[in-house]
Design a protein around this ligand. Structure first.
Ligand SMILES: *[C@@H]1O[C@H](CO)[C@@H](O)[C@H](O)[C@H]1NC(C)=O
Ligand SMILES: *[C@@H]1O[C@H](CO)[C@@H](O)[C@H](O)[C@H]1NC(C)=O
Ligand SMILES: *[C@@H]1O[C@H](CO)[C@@H](O)[C@H](O)[C@H]1NC(C)=O
Ligand SMILES: *[C@@H]1O[C@H](CO)[C@@H](O)[C@H](O)[C@H]1NC(C)=O
Ligand SMILES: *[C@@H]1O[C@H](CO)[C@@H](O)[C@H](O)[C@H]1NC(C)=O
Ligand SMILES: *[C@@H]1O[C@H](CO)[C@@H](O)[C@H](O)[C@H]1NC(C)=O
Ligand SMILES: *[C@@H]1O[C@H](CO)[C@@H](O)[C@H](O)[C@H]1NC(C)=O
Ligand SMILES: *[C@@H]1O[C@H](CO)[C@@H](O)[C@H](O)[C@H]1NC(C)=O
Ligand SMILES: *[C@@H]1O[C@H](CO)[C@@H](O)[C@H](O)[C@H]1NC(C)=O
Ligand SMILES: *[C@@H]1O[C@H](CO)[C@@H](O)[C@H](O)[C@H]1NC(C)=O
Length: 372
């Protein structure tokens, strides 16, 4: 209970989030464009176009998308909208910007630069960032008014959610590693990507830290494997992995603070995904959400539902009460809570030093007082 100030605080935050979610449905967008980078948690279909990616890293078949428009499997690793979609919606867009690889020619690519593109998928951040900087250069050179292109980029939101896969891979290798070395390497490359984006014109960054990744069903199955059990933390999750993620957060924080002092006009909002996950674990039921299943994937068979989602896998009837959609990814219901926090957390506990609403010039988020 140390994480928040008790039930009334919780109810008030929930109400203000609801109000802001409704307000987010207005037609006007708060930024000209949104650019998305990162892993499968925010991919909206770039993976569909990757030949080297087989069924295990695709999501373009049922039951994926069972709650999306027309129940369409789009390549989102979700039952419906993912975190990028839901943050985009709070900014006034219909959903996430489209996947880079769905934009088949230079004309459609360039015209999309003014409203945003998603670069997110399983391949490296280095490649995603390179794709963006190349495109930004091409776009500016083709634009009659270069300062308006620069203006547009500087006002746009750069949303980045990455790092989990690096932790999964590392934890896979075993305990003989040097954590500090891994984490310092991760943070150094992250800083380099942010600088590259900044040099290409980006100014406003929303950065999502790694969460309690040891609590997703795939890792629960690993940690609780009777033939090779691992250390368990107070949430019943893979302790070593959550510990790594916990070490990473303050390093991200320090790196971003440093960059914002070094790079004029750079502004950021850092999401503490660990605090958010802890909040949900400690308060799974509130007036706005009620997660009754925190450890089993909605789609998937086997222990913890961790055997992977596909059309013949078991599907839970109620996606709103499950925290996890599949072996690695949260449900639409869970990412909706996260998106609301990222956008408008009024407390500073979950996003720091400002929330995305403030980052994009929307001023302080609606206060608890005027939304009750
Ligand atoms: C998919 O890729 C994984 C990892 O690269 C490999 O182990 C598996 O055999 C592949 N499956 C198919 C059906 O190609
Ligand atoms: C470019 O792609 C868009 C949609 O992806 C399509 O409508 C348009 O006809 C294409 N243009 C050319 C020149 O191929
Ligand atoms: C993205 O980058 C990769 C690797 O550098 C390149 O092969 C690909 O053509 C790029 N895609 C676009 C649309 O720029
Ligand atoms: C170019 O764009 C800037 C910023 O949007 C604007 O202030 C300026 O008037 C534009 N210049 C021309 C020639 O349209
Ligand atoms: C781990 O790596 C860090 C950074 O490279 C180094 O300073 C430290 O001595 C290493 N620790 C061990 C136990 O090797
Ligand atoms: C990670 O584990 C080490 C060793 O048990 C401990 O000293 C440290 O406080 C833990 N860090 C976090 C962030 O949980
Ligand atoms: C960052 O955003 C805050 C809140 O909108 C604003 O007060 C501050 O001036 C911004 N900093 C920079 C460097 O733009
Ligand atoms: C949450 O759902 C469970 C099961 O449907 C129900 O028993 C419980 O009363 C609900 N709690 C709240 C706060 O709505
Ligand atoms: C479908 O999912 C089930 C349960 O997760 C799994 O056992 C099965 O192997 C999967 N089927 C295919 C073809 O991958
Ligand atoms: C589904 O779960 C949500 C959240 O726990 C709950 O409010 C709702 O009543 C459930 N729906 C059904 C049909 O059980």
């Amino acid at each position: 209970m140390a994480i928040h100030g008790g039930a009334s605080w919780l109810a008030a935050v929930s109400l203000s989030l609801l109000a802001l979610a409704l307000q987010g449905a207005a037609a006007e967008t708060l930024v000209p464009a949104m650019f998305v980078f990162g892993d499968s948690t925010v991919d909206v279909g770039n993976n569909n176009f990757l030949e080297r990616c087989n069924v295990s890293c695709k999501a373009n078949y049922p039951h994926f998308g069972v709650d999306y428009i027309d129940q369409a499997p789009t390549g989102r690793f979700s039952n419906g909208y993912n975190l990028a979609d839901q943050l985009a919606q709070l900014l006034g867009f219909a959903e996430s910007p489209p996947p880079l690889l769905s934009l088949s020619n230079a004309t459609s690519l360039i015209s999309r630069m003014s409203t945003g593109i998603s670069f997110a998928h399983v391949v490296s951040m280095a490649e995603q960032v390179r794709n963006f900087t190349n495109l930004a250069r091409l776009w500016a050179s083709g634009n009659d008014n270069r300062s308006s292109a620069a203006d547009l980029l500087s006002q746009s939101l750069f949303f980045i959610s990455t790092g989990s896969n690096d932790l999964f891979e590392y934890a896979d290798i075993g305990p003989q590693n040097n954590d500090t070395e891994l984490l310092q390497g991760l943070v150094a490359s992250y800083a380099a990507y942010l600088k590259d984006l900044y040099s290409a014109g980006a100014k406003r960054f929303s950065v999502v830290s790694t969460s309690l990744v040891g609590c997703c069903p795939s890792q629960l199955a690993i940690a609780h494997d009777p033939s090779n059990p691992k250390g368990i933390d107070k949430y019943g999750c893979f302790a070593a992995l959550n510990n790594l993620s916990g070490q990473l957060y303050p390093m991200f924080d320090a790196m971003l603070q440093g960059l914002s002092q070094e790079l004029p006009g750079m502004n950021y909002s850092l999401v503490n995904s660990i605090k958010m996950a802890e909040w949900v674990f400690e308060s799974p039921a509130t007036p706005t959400y009620n997660f009754t299943v925190l450890d089993i994937a909605c789609c998937g068979g086997g222990q913890f539902g961790a055997d992977g989602c596909n059309s013949s896998a078991p599907l839970c009837p109620n996606r709103s009460n499950h925290l996890f959609w599949d072996d690695y990814h949260t449900t639409e219901a869970a990412s909706r809570i996260a998106a609301s926090m990222i956008f408008s957390d009024p407390t500073g506990l979950f996003v720091h030093p400002i929330n995305v609403h403030q980052l994009v010039g929307g001023g302080a988020a609606a206060t608890v007082d005027n939304t009750i």
